[in-house]
Design a protein around this ligand. Sequence first.
Ligand code: GDP
Ligand code: MG
Length: 735
Amino acid sequence: MKFGLAGNPNSGKTTLFNSLTGSTAHVGNWPGVTVDKREGTYKYSDEKINIVDLPGIYSLSPYSPEEIVSRNFILDEAPDCIINVVDATNLERNLYLTTQLLEIDIPVVIALNMIDVIKQRGDILNAEDLERTFGVPVVEISALKSDGLRELIKVSVEAAKTKRVGTSVLSESKIATMVEEVTNKLQAENIASPLFHAVKLIENDEFEINAHHEVAVLAKSLKEKMPEDEFEGDYEGIIADARYRFITKYFRKTIAKKDNSNYTKSDKIDKVMTHKLWSIPIFIVIMFVVFHIVFSEDLLFLNALFGLEIKNPGLINFLTGMGYEGILEENEEGMAAALGGIPSLGVFLQSWMGYLTGLLIDLFAGFMPEGTWYTGLICDGILTGLDAIFSFIPQILLLFLFIAILEDSGYMARVAFIMDRAFRKFGLSGKAFIPLLMGFGCSVPAMMATKALEDEKERDLTIRLSPFFSCGAKAPIWAMLAVVVAGSMMGDIFVFSIYLIGIALAIVSATFIKLFSKDKEMPPFIMELPEYHLPQFKSLMLRLWDKFKHFVQKASTIIAASIIVIWFLSNFDWAFWRGMVDITESMLADLGKVLQYIFYPLGFAQGADGWKYSVATITGLIAKEEVVATLANLGITEDTMALSNAAIYSFAIYNLITLPCFAAVSTAKSESSKKGFIVTIIWWLIASYVAAFIIYRLGILLEISIIDGLLGIFVVVAICILLGAIVSLNKKQRA
Ligand code: GDP
Ligand code: MG
């Protein structure tokens, strides 16, 4: 048997799914779209029941991939029963979808979820109202507390054994006869679920009109006979209105609220958490604490504030996984001398991970013959590259754990709500805020977190912007450059300005992309604020396991392949069969010399050393730390770098927003739509180039040659005017 879980976003489908299927769950993608498909099994007496978690939807119209996926699944894959998960605390809104599901010829069982909340509030819910009016079984459950699940499955199995013919609440509306006539016509043609298709035809649903041309003509002629009303022939509006009328008429009294003046616990918490003034400061503090625990090398600022140092090498070695490089000063024996402050949990785990992978590399290096090409490939290529990626895993998982806790507790829904208004101006909703914020840690989890966004376009855009939020791996680049610019300005101001420029560029990009995209109304922000509650351990662990699997799969395929290619290019020249060469004579060096021409206008690639910077931007694709490592390999350090401040800024900005590392690129690929991904790649390449160019020109203007700088800016302004003209012409034509 196969059951599908259908319902509004946040109605508790995934929670129900997890409670039912546990470890049997398997996450894939629906064919052709980037919507998650979760499948698992539930054992019921001797039978294994397949359970599919459908994406959250508000209606069965064909406007979003989620709606199309759910609709096609129900109509084409013939599940034995649809379990309609309904959030009982938001009954009227949730039942809107129910009225549509009921029109399909398929057994439906209503799972009335969040009963625990209703009970806790002392409200009284009359489930028989629903059962009587809709004529389908209703089971009260709490997905979170695993209450009523066995009963739900039992009732669903019974329902699945019967045949059900669709029913419509429209039979009480003024278009009842129209629906009936169109249904009859479809039925005469042996179409399955004729009632559902009839309603969709009347709504002018494009899929249906293409599929049933003749019947569409009939529907049109019937509409012409209808008297004019306030909807002026908008049948989607008429039908939506009829559904809501029905729902309010029959179910307004289904839930008896105990006492409206009595705030629930959640309402009380929300008075503070979503307060006009406090909400944002509270949020900033919470996020700061999270980032501090995951990324800080000086927990509680003990070193910065009180000068705490740990001088016991044994303890340091233990604390740091024997030599975490970033925070240790080494003495002559290469031994850790002092540790400034205490590393945070994230840094601690990361350094241990680095230590373990380091051991693994040494182990391999130990028994492999020295100096052969395959030793190089395995140790310097694959293992070192994987080390760079795997060392992020502890921090990524820890960050995800915190985010999952905030999500499960119900707080994240509030954050989206708080941020929504500001984000709307840029074509994003409040929900995009968290992924973008996570970009400061690492783009990979940031992009993975876009799954929480319902709109595909918004997901694409958020993924596109996330590398603009300077990630942890880029920090070493800024640190190196800061030393060089420090001569004329404060290094920390430089680093801070890079972060700010990144954010500014994200805003400019979003605005620019919005200009070019079709003027589509943003879907209104509808989202229930779930009750606050303690997160459940099992659900947290399932989420983390999901992420971990995802990451490892990626690291072992596309990323590993890219690492090998770059290793090959940097260790051999064009006559590669003759053996390895120094990186300065490698194919990569030659490539750098070609790229030097392309990067020339950006300033950093000028001069005899220019090709080295070009090469570093390529190896930066493995992991952004590689930029510094490669430059060092090629003899460029803080002391030998001879770039002007303008060129340094340009180099920094270029690396900030060009293609991120392979791990992020491949994550972007799997999380974006096909078209969105292509646009994203182009955007990263072009935006970084243009931004670096402008910054370089501006820098020159300030530093030396006013004429040169002005010339460059003039070119840019001219291009912008041209683009603007094209956009406005385009708009006029459409209007
Ligand atoms: P989905 O979007 O339909 O998959 O919804 P989720 O399963 O992600 O649940 C949304 C929120 O509702 C989460 O914070 C859940 O913990 C919470 N939730 C789900 N079921 C219940 C329930 O039965 N009782 C309570 N109190 N909360 C629930
Ligand atoms: Mg879900």
